[in-house]
Design a protein around this ligand. Structure first.
Ligand SMILES: Nc1ncnc2c1ncn2[C@@H]1O[C@H](COP(=O)(O)OP(=O)(O)OP(=O)(O)O)[C@@H](O)[C@H]1O
Length: 314
């Protein structure tokens, strides 16, 4: 096994036309490597192609062309080994209501061909905090418990790569933290590579080492989380004037505005304009500063900037 858990080359998926719907090119020649041992975020607006990509990795959707390698196994050459290397926690709560969590995990292990002697059902039940519900009918489990059971089902064959499709969508804060603690532990203690999609950019920023952004089936960015956020060179200085004041003249390259609460905000490129020059212009205008704050961009700003530009071009 090399240093990449996943290697994707020229991956294309075109869904066939159906009825009045024309064919849909959901993925357009995507190249993407995901380092082993990382927590990797796959982001993109609705309909960008994230689920298509994940479902191809999981073996649930057939690719049109390109090469996919999972844990060193080519999907076309070694389909069984590549499938055994990956576990997927789906978005939908598709759980058989008549199974107990223990039975559901046993059945799943059977589907993956894990021999009885090598099953880790009790360990998985403990990891997902469902030991005391192991023999309860799934229909009696809360939504949060069902979601944890889905995570457990993705783990029965001890995959090296775990894919989570919107794992915390519609989940309350407490459960979200518990899911994340579980996932971090898997990553740290067992070195499991985690790939996740999420709509919560703050969550991606906190959890992911690296991030890829997909838009209209194309990869438009792929970098470490810190480098992505660092790409946005903008900085905003927010000044609350003491008493009445009008927006002062600013050096070229500074965008000024006044907020509803009366604060002035000045946005500029850190690399081009020094904060001192902005403060100096404020002082020159005779404005007395009551309070001052700065705002730095976050992943959400990067995401919006990247996906809205591409959206216009498409
Ligand atoms: N089975 C299908 N048949 C035809 N078109 C499909 C099919 N599945 C997805 N698509 C289309 O392919 C494109 C990519 O869809 P996909 O579900 O991969 O996006 P996504 O990024 O996961 O979106 P979301 O964030 O909404 O889940 C969309 O235009 C979608 O309508």
């Amino acid at each position: 096994m090399g240093e990449n858990a996943i290697e994707i080359e020229g991956l294309t998926k075109t869904y066939a036309a159906s009825g009045s719907q024309p064919p849909k090119e959901a993925l357009k020649a995507v190249d993407l490597n995901i380092p082993a041992g990382s927590i990797f975020g796959l982001l993109g607006p609705n309909g960008a192609g994230k689920s298509t990509l994940i479902n191809i990795l999981a073996g649930l959707v057939l690719k049109t062309s390109g090469r996919v390698q999972i844990w060193g196994f080519d999907q076309d050459v070694n389909p069984r080994q590549s499938r055994a290397s990956i576990g997927v926690m789906p978005q939908e709560l598709n759980i058989d209501p008549f199974f107990t969590p223990r039975a559901a995990l046993e059945v799943q292990a059977g589907l993956y061909g894990v021999p009885k002697s090598q099953r880790v059902t009790d360990k998985v039940l403990k990891a997902i905090g469902l030991e005391d519900k192991a023999d309860a009918y799934a229909r009696n489990l809360s939504g949060g418990m069902r979601r944890r059971l889905l995570l457990g089902k993705a783990l029965v064959h001890r995959p090296q790569v775990l894919v989570l499709d919107e794992p915390t969508a519609g989940v309350d804060i407490e459960l979200r933290q518990m899911l994340w603690a579980n996932i971090r532990r898997l990553n740290e203690e067992q070195g499991t590579t985690i790939i996740l999609t999420t709509h919560y950019l703050e969550e991606a920023e906190q959890m992911c080492d690296e991030i890829a952004i997909i838009n209209h089936g194309e990869l438009i960015a792929r970098d470490s989380t810190a480098a992505l956020v660092g790409r946005m060179d903008a900085k905003t200085l927010v000044i609350h004037p003491d008493g009445d004041a009008t927006l002062p003249e600013m050096p070229a390259g500074v965008e000024s505005c006044q907020r509803r609460d009366g604060a002035f905000c000045f946005t500029y490129r850190r690399g081009e304009i020094a904060t001192g020059a902005v403060l100096e212009a404020v002082r020159k205008a005779g404005i007395v500063i009551r309070d001052v704050a700065t705002e730095e961009p976050d992943l959400e700003d990067v995401f919006v900037a990247l996906t809205s530009d591409k959206g216009k071009a498409a």
